[in-house]
Design a protein around this ligand. Structure first.
Ligand code: NAP
Length: 311
């Protein structure tokens, strides 16, 4: 029997994904019709999905078995009441590798004060010796697929890494904390704070004025998680007083970040345009097909979103 798959993630992504999806479907021995064209919704078994797709009402897809998201973040789809089948999010080795590289790179920039060297080339022989990583406290909020991988990579460079998550985790080489008191402790030691939380009701504006005040003075914030994790006005105020020394931000409440937003011109903010990590087509296609294979064989899907928790 033929498995019908709708690719609802846009024509550009289709060009990139099509050869890889066809390759992995053939490897898995799945006879499938896969297309970016909508066709009769009642014939579709799986939707490979981007939340920016035109497909927002899943009601007509009466035969649907699962929605397979190409993004790691699901905040814009998780509350969709018309989606009643399992929703799997993207966990991809390429995505994780990319995030580790971006986070390590930006952490080392601040740890080594590379900006100083870049801006002081005037002939002054002033020696600023950076501390060793073993003397630098880094906190990672979120110890999931991405947060745990980044925390471990930083610990591998000898940083003193604390991680915080909703449930108590056990990640080798990391001081793992949870709960409100754990957050207080995690923030209090965070010379460099990395945000790798999903956006949910429980994490929205988590970095507000009160929590920013708990950081050591001059702390650096690196946010590749989601923009609304931070209260923008509180961050700008904390940057202006020096409570926060620098913020490197990849994600924003409104994307693209509007040209008039004060983050662009702030001397202690670095903006990157949501490029910390991308889903990598080849490895992601394999993950998608693996989940289709599981669905077809009655095995549980991987990376299923917990609708109650919102991630
Ligand atoms: P994940 O595996 O679902 O991990 C999420 C982590 O956050 C878990 O440790 C979870 O705790 C913790 N968490 C969730 N809600 C919490 C709360 N209320 N309090 C404390 N901890 C909480 O997600 P992931 O794959 O690592 O991805 C994290 C986020 O990165 C994504 O949601 C997405 O927003 C972002 N992202 C950004 C980019 C980019 O290019 N900038 C790329 C990919 C992903 P538990 O361990 O207890 O579940």
């Amino acid at each position: 029997m033929t498995t019908n798959i709708l690719f609802a993630a846009g024509p550009e992504a289709w060009d990139d994904y099509e050869p890889h999806l066809r390759h992995w479907l053939a490897e898995a021995g799945i006879t499938a019709e896969i297309s970016p064209e909508a066709g009769p919704p009642e014939t579709i078994d799986y939707i490979v999905y981007s939340p920016s797709s035109d497909v927002q009402d899943f009601t007509p897809f009466t035969r649907l078995k699962a929605v397979l998201n190409l993004w790691a973040g699901v905040e814009t789809i998780v509350g969709n009441q018309t989606l009643t089948v399992p929703l799997a999010r993207m966990v991809d080795t390429g995505l994780t590798e990319g995030m580790v590289e971006w986070v390590v790179g930006h952490t080392l920039r601040h740890h080594l004060n590379i900006d100083h060297a870049l801006t002081h080339q005037s002939g002054d022989w002033v020696r600023h010796v950076p501390p060793l990583a073993r003397h630098r406290n880094v906190t990672v909020l979120g110890l999931g697929e991405l947060g745990a991988a980044c925390a471990q990579a930083l610990a591998g460079l000898n940083f003193r890494v604390t991680g915080w998550s909703r449930s108590q985790r056990d990640v080798s080489g990391i001081t793992c904390l949870s709960g409100p008191q754990g957050l207080e402790q995690a923030l209090a030691s965070a010379e460099i704070l990395i945000l790798l939380l999903p956006l949910t009701a429980g994490t929205d504006s988590l970095l507000n004025a009160a929590h920013l005040a708990q950081l050591p003075a001059g702390a650096v914030i690196i946010n590749p998680g989601r923009g609304p994790l931070i209260d923008d006005a509180a961050l700008l105020a904390a940057l202006d007083t020096g409570q926060v020394g620098h913020a490197t931000l990849d994600v924003f409440r409104v994307e693209p970040l509007p040209p008039e937003h004060p983050f662009w011109a702030h001397p202690h903010v670095t903006v990157t345009p949501h490029i910390a990590s991308e889903t990598r087509t080849e490895t992601a296609a394999q993950v998608i097909v693996d989940n289709i294979r599981r669905g077809e064989s009655g095995a549980p899907y991987l990376h299923v979103v917990d609708r109650g928790q919102g991630y």
